[in-house]
Design a protein around this ligand. Structure first.
Ligand code: SAH
Length: 236
C-alpha cells in the first residue's frame, strides 16, 4: 500500500487532491485507480481511495488507521558529517529505524566539510531522503533533519539519556542497552577519523556519557545504524 504525507488536516469523507508529483507517481507510474492508499496528515493516518477526478487525481478519506508506527522512545541521532553517500545511507536507515531527529555536525576529524553555499539544496535533499524512507516504511512521522551544527552546539540536543559512542571507550564501559530506561535518547556518532580526546572530554562536560559499541572499531555508518537499532529494538 502506498503512503503519502499530506499537509492539510483531513476529516473522514473529505476529498484530498494529490500534488502533481504524488498524482504522477500514483496515476502515471503505479497506474493505481480506486486503490487504497495510506495518507498521513499532521494528526492522523487515513485509509483513502484514490481515483481520477477530471484532470486531478484525488482520494476519498475513508477511515482512520489507528496504527502508530513510531517507537515508544524519542531517538535523536547526532551524526558527524561523513562522505555523502554514506551519510545519505545513514539518513535513510535512521528514518526506517524510527529516529525522530537527525543532527548533522562538524568535528575536528571530519573528512567532509559543510559548504554554506550548498546548505539549502543539501537540506532539501536530506529531507526528501527521510520523507521517502518514512513513506516506504509507513511511519506516522517524518524525522527532522536539522541544519549542520558546530560540535559545541551538541549540548542543545541532549535527551534524558545522552550517549556518545566512543571508539576508544573500554569494552567494560556502559553499553547503550543499559541506558534505555529513558523516554528519550540522544546518541552521538563521530566521523571517519573518530573523536579526539578533547572532543570526548567536551562531550562529557556537556553531559554526554561515553558508551562502547563493543571491541571492534565500526565504520561511522555501521556505528550509527547499530546504535539506532539497539535503541529502537527495545521500543517497538
Ligand atoms: N578512525 C577511528 C574510528 C572512527 S569510527 C579509528 O580507526 O579508531 C567512527 C565513529 O563510530 C566513532 O567516532 C564512534 O562514534 C563510532 N564507533 C565505532 N566503533 C565504535 C565502538 N567499538 N565503540 C563505540 N563507538 C564506536
Amino acid at each position: 500500500m502506498q503512503q503519502y504525507f499530506i499537509e492539510p488536516l483531513m476529516k473522514q469523507g473529505e476529498i484530498y487532491t494529490f500534488t502533481k508529483e504524488q498524482a504522477h507517481h500514483l496515476r502515471d507510474v503505479l497506474r493505481l485507480n480506486h486503490e487504497t492508499v495510506r495518507l498521513v496528515d499532521p494528526k492522523h493516518a487515513w485509509f483513502a481511495e484514490c481515483y481520477s477526478e477530471g484532470k486531478d487525481f484525488v482520494a476519498l478519506i475513508k477511515e482512520e488507521d489507528p496504527r502508530i508506527n513510531e517507537p515508544s522512545i524519542d531517538i535523536t541521532l547526532a551524526m558527524a558529517l561523513i562522505r555523502r553517500e554514506k551519510f545519505e545511507l545513514v539518513l535513510q536507515k535512521a528514518a526506517e529505524l524510527g529516529v525522530k531527529r537527525i543532527v548533522p555536525f562538524e568535528s575536528s576529524r571530519c573528512v567532509v566539510r559543510a559548504k554554506s553555499e550548498k546548505s539549502e539544496k543539501q537540506k532539501e535533499r536530506y529531507r526528501s531522503i527521510v520523507l521517502s524512507a518514512s513513506e516506504q516504511c509507513k511511519r506516522n512521522v517524518v524525522p527532522e533533519v536539522t541544519d549542520v551544527v558546530k560540535f559545541s552546539e551538541l549540548d542543545r540536543y541532549r535527551s534524558e539519556a545522552s550517549l556518545a559512542a566512543y571508539e576508544n571507550a573500554s569494552v567494560h564501559s556502559v553499553k547503550i542497552s543499559e541506558r534505555l530506561n529513558a523516554r528519550s535518547v540522544t546518541v552521538v556518532i563521530g566521523p571517519e577519523g573518530g573523536f579526539s580526546e578533547d572532543e570526548v572530554n567536551e562531550l562529557i562536560e556537556m553531559g554526554y556519557e561515553p558508551v562502547t559499541l563493543g571491541s571492534r572499531i565500526l565504520r561511522a555508518e555501521t556505528a550509527a545504524l547499530y546504535a539506532c537499532s539497539v535503541i529502537a529494538e527495545g521500543a517497538f
